[in-house]
Design a protein around this ligand. Structure first.
Ligand SMILES: Nc1ncnc2c1ncn2[C@@H]1O[C@H](COP(=O)(O)OP(=O)(O)OP(=O)(O)O)[C@@H](O)[C@H]1O
Ligand SMILES: [Mg+2]
Length: 369
């Protein structure tokens, strides 16, 4: 099979040297059982390449089993991977096969491998090396024949240095490592991808496919695409859906030309390129999470405070004891007194948010000082 045939068969678009080199490696290693570690930013195509490897391997008659290690709660991850026998823990009403067993004679795709807890990493390494494992609560080993492809958008070497990822597992996984470059590092693929996604969208929706003006292509090629191919695909689909015209012009893509943060220089910062509804939603979500975090911290403080007050009450025999509410009311009045009525300063003194202070003023019916 030629490289071009391989691309067509797997729906892989791109003629950049980066993509061609990747395809050459994949075609060489796919048929062996060697582990492959795929690195790439979100939306860069990790799953597409993992699937292409599996489909070109001798295991392709069985479907590849995909597991997102970051999406499984820590407490059940081992039972998900290795399975369990009936009664092995509360709630284990039935025996269950784990993904390792389901992927027997096939490929197990471990997505977001960097999110795996350290204790599970030990067990995973052993299972990969020996091709056997014990289900939770089982007394015998289960033997399998599984090929592993793992993917991550984290720099695993850094994770190893920070002792969050086991070095032995890292070496075992990266027998072959593939680095899928972000879209902004292979701009020559953008035009072909854009036209490809436009065609698919229009075919699916039974509408005529628009052309792109040279100006529009330039805008697409100059944008930084922090969300990579997924973002490009969404952008093309939204633009077609919103404009319903015969040509896609530069103006229709004006969102992409507004000021943006250079993603390379600020890789770890959230990027707000433009205020699209999703950006606004995300911002609101961040804020809500931030508020929740603050509330939790306050609750923690309150619990600690309560315990000390209750201990105090227990130990102070017979003396005048104030209720917690009275103590709290007293503290607020004193704080406001001290800050000459400045609520912001008082809140800081009390180690609560201004919002909480306002609520408590109302609750305790404290008149403003
Ligand atoms: N070279 C390519 N040619 C055509 N489509 C592609 C290519 N690479 C990726 N895609 C498409 O882009 C989207 C994102 O790809 P994929 O899910 O493989 O990315 P990912 O790296 O796994 O992302 P994430 O880190 O978010 O899981 C998918 O719709 C996929 O079909
Ligand atoms: Mg993925």
């Amino acid at each position: 099979m030629t490289r071009e045939e391989f691309k067509t068969r797997n729906g892989i678009i791109g003629k950049s040297k980066e993509i061609n080199d990747l395809i050459d490696i994949i075609m060489q290693v796919a048929k062996s059982d060697i582990s492959v570690l795929i690195y790439g930013e979100s939306g860069a195509g990790k799953e597409v390449f993992a699937k292409a490897i599996h489909d070109f391997s001798n295991r392709s008659n069985k479907p590849m089993v995909s597991v997102n290690c970051g999406a499984i709660p820590e407490g059940i991850i081992e039972s998900e991977l290795f399975g369990h026998v009936k009664g092995s823990f509360t709630g284990a009403v039935d025996s269950r096969k784990g993904y390792f067993e389901i992927a027997n004679n096939s490929t197990l795709f471990l997505d977001e491998i960097g999110e795996l807890p350290l204790t599970t990493q030990v067990k995973l390494l052993r299972a990969i090396e020996t091709q056997e494992f014990m289900k939770l609560g089982a007394e015998t080993v289960t033997k399998v024949d599984v090929r592993i492809i793992a993917a991550t958008n984290k720099d695993l070497q850094k994770e190893v240095d920070a002792r969050r990822f086991r070095e032995d597992l890292y070496f075992r996984l990266k027998a072959v490592s593939l680095n899928i470059p972000p879209l902004r590092k292979r701009r020559s693929d953008i035009e072909e991808l854009a036209k490809h996604f436009a065609k698919i969208y229009c075919n699916n929706n039974k509408i005529d496919c628009p052309e792109f003006t040279p100006g529009a292509i330039k805008v697409l090629e100059n944008y930084s695409w922090p969300g990579n191919i997924r973002e490009l695909k969404n952008t093309i689909e939204t633009t077609i859906a919103l404009n319903r015209s015969k040509v896609i012009t530069e103006e229709m893509l004006s969102d992409l030309t507004s000021e943006y943060v250079d993603y390379d220089e600020h890789r770890n910062l959230p990027v707000f390129l433009k205020k699209s509804p999703e950006d606004v939603d995300r911002e609101l979500m961040y804020r809500a999470l931030f508020e929740i975090k603050k509330d939790i911290l306050e609750l923690k403080d309150l619990i600690v405070h309560r315990f000390t007050v209750e201990d105090y009450k227990k130990n102070s025999d017979g003396e005048d004891v104030l209720s917690i509410r009275e103590l709290e009311r007293d503290a607020i009045i004193k704080a406001l007194d001290k800050t000459k009525g400045s609520k912001r300063k008082a809140a800081r003194l009390l180690n609560i948010s201004e919002r909480t202070l306002y609520r408590k003023l109302k609750e305790y019916d404290i008149n403003e000082v």
